[in-house]
Each structure stands twice: as structure tokens, then as C-alpha cells.
Design a protein around this ligand. Structure first.
Ligand code: HPA
Length: 268
């Protein structure tokens, strides 16, 4: 019901524009939404069922237009479980994008790095995830158009990952690759939790993305995930973690992320 009403509102606003991809912007990464050509914005308050984001560094609007000549829809401001939202609210925009016929989703986020070799601010291609939120947007009745038991063995599309690697190589953009662990937050992790996550195969840790990827896969959408490694994780970082640092680092690597996303859009 909510999905249909939201998709109707967004579809009417898009009118003739048929976005080839939707890009979800993480903490400190909203600048890209200012750079689209023929830019139009739809505030969340005009979309039925969309909450108003509460986090500094997260906007609250959908932006439509063109990047590299490709029609795109950008989500500036996402819904996190730590704000008290249910997983299906975190995933609501993805389901709306699917209803609108968008087949490619680019998820960006800010994350802490678990490999001591990472030098923040840096970019990491998400190869896979670990759901340490222990919540799932697919709980309950099967939503229309979704699978009950979606396969998650290639959730972050291998073809899109190869495209991202090619763009990074051609553009001289350093790009790490690894597994993203999604935690509930909002407190950052303890050093003991980070040691645990390292042993369990995580390369980055954050508080988003996982519910969105799960919903996207249930709809059969192609997902590209890119983490901005804004800091080394707790216990690896010599300094205490702060949201301010995360937002500042996101901005510092924004230009590289923008080039990467533009290159990927060109290659779709
Ligand atoms: N942990 C969790 N989420 C984050 C971090 C972190 O270190 N950095 C940015 N988002």
C-alpha cells in the first residue's frame, strides 16, 4: 500500500524521465545530488510513507536529472534502523525504485575500515555483506513482485563490480574491495567487536546498506555498493570516532566517488 502510494507520487513527479539507475547517497556524500543536470528535487514530505531524516549530513529529498547524459534518480538521505525505523522503511525507497522500473541501484555509504592497510579516506567496492543487524526487510508476507527466499550468493553484481574496477583503473582511482558488515548502531563498535568482525571476514563496518541490498535482490535488481572508508574502525584508529570526522572524510573523497559513479553510469 505505502509502496504503491509512494511510487505513484514519485512516478508523477518524474513524468517522462525514465531513470536508468538510482544512486543512494551516504553520509557526507550528498554533494553529488547538487551536480546533476536538469536537476529537480522532490522533498520526502511530499512522498507518502517517507519519514524525514534526522541525521546531520543526510538530506531528505529525491533528486532527478542527468549525470553524464544518463537519466538518474538520487536518494539524498536514507532511513537507518538506528533512527528507530523498521527494516522495511529502510528498504522502502528501493522498492519504490523497483516499482518505477529502475533496474540498477548504486548504494554508497560511509564505513569504518577493518584492514590496517586501508588509508582513509578511501573507497571500497562492496563484494559481499554480513548482516549483523539481524533484521530483514523481507520478514512477513511476501511483498508483490518479490521472492520468498532470494539468492544472496552474488548480491553485489559481478558485472557492475567489474565495470567499477575498470573505471577506477582507467581514472587512477584507488579502489579497495571487500565485505561490508552492517550493524544496527548508533553507537560505534568497541575494539573487541571490531576484532570479532575481522575474524569473521569483514573488511568494513557501517550502519546501512544491508536492508536495501536484501530488498533489491528480492526484486531482482542489480546492486553496486561503494563504501567510503572514512576512518579506521575502533581500536585500529588511534583517535576516538566521531560523526564529524565521518562527514568530513566523506566530503574529502567525494570527488573520487563522483568520478567513479559517473564512469559507472557511462558504462551502463
Ligand atoms: N563504524 C560504523 N559505522 C561507520 C563507521 C564506523 O567506524 N564509520 C562510518 N560509519
Amino acid at each position: 500500500m505505502t509502496i504503491g502510494a509512494a511510487a505513484k507520487a514519485v512516478g508523477q513527479w518524474l513524468a517522462d524521465l525514465k531513470p536508468r539507475a538510482a544512486v543512494v547517497l551516504g553520509s557526507g556524500l550528498a554533494a553529488l545530488a547538487e551536480k546533476v543536470d536538469q536537476r529537480r528535487a522532490l522533498p520526502y514530505r511530499d512522498i507518502p510513507g517517507f519519514p524525514i531524516p534526522t541525521v546531520a549530513g543526510h538530506g531528505g529529498e529525491l533528486v532527478a536529472g542527468h549525470l553524464e547524459g544518463v537519466p538518474v534518480l538520487l536518494q539524498s538521505g536514507r532511513f537507518h534502523l538506528y533512527e528507530g525505523h523498521a527494516p522495511d522503511i529502510a528498504a522502502l525507497p528501493i522498492r519504490v525504485f523497483a516499482d518505477l522500473g529502475i533496474e540498477t541501484i548504486v548504494l554508497t555509504n560511509a564505513a569504518g575500515g577493518l584492514k590496517p592497510t586501508m588509508r582513509p579516506p578511501a573507497l571500497m567496492l562492496i563484494a559481499d555483506h554480513l548482516n549483523f543487524m539481524f533484521r530483514n526487510p523481507l520478514l512477513g508476507p511476501v511483498a508483490p513482485g518479490e521472492q520468498r527466499f532470494p539468492d544472496m550468493s552474488a548480491s553485489y553484481d559481478p558485472g557492475l563490480r567489474q565495470l567499477a574496477r575498470d573505471v577506477a583503473l582507467a581514472g587512477g582511482i584507488p579502489l579497495d574491495e571487500g565485505a561490508y558488515a552492517g550493524l544496527l548502531g548508533p553507537s560505534y563498535e568497541t575494539p573487541a567487536e571490531i576484532r570479532m568482525l575481522q575474524r569473521l571476514g569483514a573488511d568494513a563496518v557501517g550502519m546501512s546498506t544491508v536492508p536495501e541490498t536484501i530488498a533489491a535482490r528480492a526484486r531482482g535488481l542489480r546492486v553496486l555498493g561503494i563504501s567510503t572508508i572514512t576512518n579506521l574502525a575502533a581500536g585500529i584508529s588511534p583517535t576516538p570516532l566521531s560523526h564529524h570526522e565521518v562527514v568530513a572524510a566523506g566530503k574529502a573523497v567525494g570527488e573520487r566517488l563522483e568520478r567513479l559513479v559517473r564512469g559507472v553510469l557511462r558504462g551502463l
